[in-house]
Ligand binder design. Structure first.
Ligand SMILES: [Zn+2]
Length: 323
C-alpha cells in the first residue's frame, strides 16, 4: 500500500514537472501559463495530449518533435524527472502532511529558479518573493516543528507569543540577503565589479526564510563546496589553456600543501610549535600570491568564465531538506 502511494507521489511530481517546464518557458516568453495550448517551439504545431506525457513522450519520440523532427530540449525530461524524484523523496520522508505540501511547493520553486538561472542566468524576483512568503508562513505556524520553543514579549501592553522558528525564519531572510550582498560587493573594492548578481541574494534570503537562520548557514557552506567541485576543475582547465602556468602551479602547490597540512595535523606531526608556525606562514604566503594573481587576471580579463551560483545554493537547500 505504502509503495503504491509513493508511486502516486512520483507520478504526481512528474506531472508537476511538466507544468514547471511550461512555467519556465512562458516566464521568458511572457505568455500566460494556462491559456494557449502547448506547441512545438520550432514549428509551432499544436501538441496532442500524447505528445505531452512526462518523460515517456520524450523517450517514445526519441527526443524529436513528431511534426518537424527538430530536437526537443533535454531540459524537459530532466525537469520532469527531477520534480518526480523530489516529490517521491518528500512523500517518503513526510507522508501526506502539511510538511509535504509546503516542501513540495518549495521544491517546485527551487526547480524553476535553478532552470531559469542555468538557462538564461536570470532569477525572477517573483519566484524568490513567493518562496520567502511561503517560508514565513511555514515557520509562523511552526509546521517543520523542529523546535517547539516559543518566544514571549510584550507589545503595547499585550503579551505576545510566537514560535521560535518564526524568529529564525525572519533572521534567516535578513541574514541571507546581507551575507550574499556583502560577499558580492567585496570584490568591488579590488576590481570594481560585483562578484555575482543580485539574484543570488534573493535566493539566499528566500532560503533563509524557509529554512531558518541555523539551516541557512549549513546551506551556504554546502553550496560553496558544491560550486567549488564544478568551478575549480573548469578554472584549472582554463588556466591550462591560457598557459598561465605560474598561477596554475601556485594553485596546485597550495592545494597540495593544504592537504599535507591536514594530514600532518591529523597524524600529529606538528609537535613543535615552531614547525607548525612555519607551515602556517608558508601556506598563507602561497595563498596570498594566488589571490594576487587571480585578482590581476580577473582585472585584465574582459570575459571571465561566469557560472551561476544559484543552482549550487538550491542543490544545497534540497540536501538540507532531506537530511
Ligand atoms: Zn516541431
Amino acid at each position: 500500500m505504502e509503495i503504491l502511494f509513493c508511486v502516486y507521489a512520483f507520478i504526481f511530481g512528474l506531472c508537476f514537472g511538466s507544468f514547471l517546464n511550461v512555467v519556465v518557458l512562458r516566464g521568458f516568453s511572457g505568455e500566460s501559463i494556462v491559456l494557449p495550448p502547448s506547441k512545438c517551439p520550432h514549428c509551432k504545431h499544436k501538441l496532442a495530449w500524447y505528445d505531452n506525457i512526462p518523460v515517456l513522450s520524450f523517450l517514445i519520440l526519441l527526443g524529436k518533435c513528431r511534426y518537424c523532427k527538430q530536437k526537443i530540449s533535454i531540459q524537459y525530461p530532466i525537469v520532469e524527472l527531477a520534480t518526480g524524484l523530489l516529490f517521491l523523496g518528500l512523500f517518503y520522508k513526510f507522508g501526506l502532511s502539511l510538511n509535504f505540501v509546503f516542501c513540495a511547493i518549495a521544491a517546485c520553486l527551487f526547480v524553476v529558479m535553478a532552470v531559469c538561472d542555468i538557462k538564461e542566468k536570470v532569477i525572477f524576483e517573483i519566484h524568490a518573493y513567493l518562496l520567502a512568503l511561503l517560508g514565513l508562513i511555514y515557520n509562523f505556524f511552526n509546521i517543520p516543528a523542529e523546535t517547539l520553543a516559543k518566544v514571549h514579549f510584550s507589545l503595547f501592553g499585550q503579551m505576545i507569543t510566537i514560535n521560535q522558528s518564526f524568529i529564525y525564519s525572519v533572521l534567516g531572510l535578513i541574514a541571507g540577503v546581507i551575507i550574499m550582498e556583502g560577499l558580492a560587493r567585496i570584490p568591488k573594492f579590488f576590481i570594481g565589479k560585483r562578484a555575482f548578481g543580485e539574484g543570488d541574494s534573493y535566493i539566499a534570503g528566500a532560503l533563509g526564510a524557509f529554512f531558518g537562520l541555523p539551516n541557512l548557514i549549513v546551506i551556504l557552506i554546502l553550496s560553496v563546496l558544491f560550486q567549488s567541485l564544478i568551478v575549480l576543475p573548469m578554472y584549472f582547465y582554463k588556466l591550462f589553456k591560457a598557459k598561465d602556468f605560474k598561477l596554475l602551479s601556485a594553485l596546485i602547490l597550495l592545494f597540495a600543501m593544504v592537504i599535507l597540512f591536514k594530514i600532518g595535523d591529523y597524524a600529529g606531526v606538528f609537535e613543535s610549535t615552531g614547525f607548525y608556525f612555519f607551515s602556517v606562514v608558508l601556506l598563507v604566503l602561497i595563498g596570498l600570491y594566488c589571490c594576487k594573481r587571480i585578482f590581476c587576471s580577473v582585472k585584465t580579463e574582459n570575459n571571465p568564465t561566469y557560472l551561476p551560483f544559484g543552482p549550487a545554493l538550491l542543490l544545497a537547500a534540497v540536501v538540507v531538506m532531506f537530511v
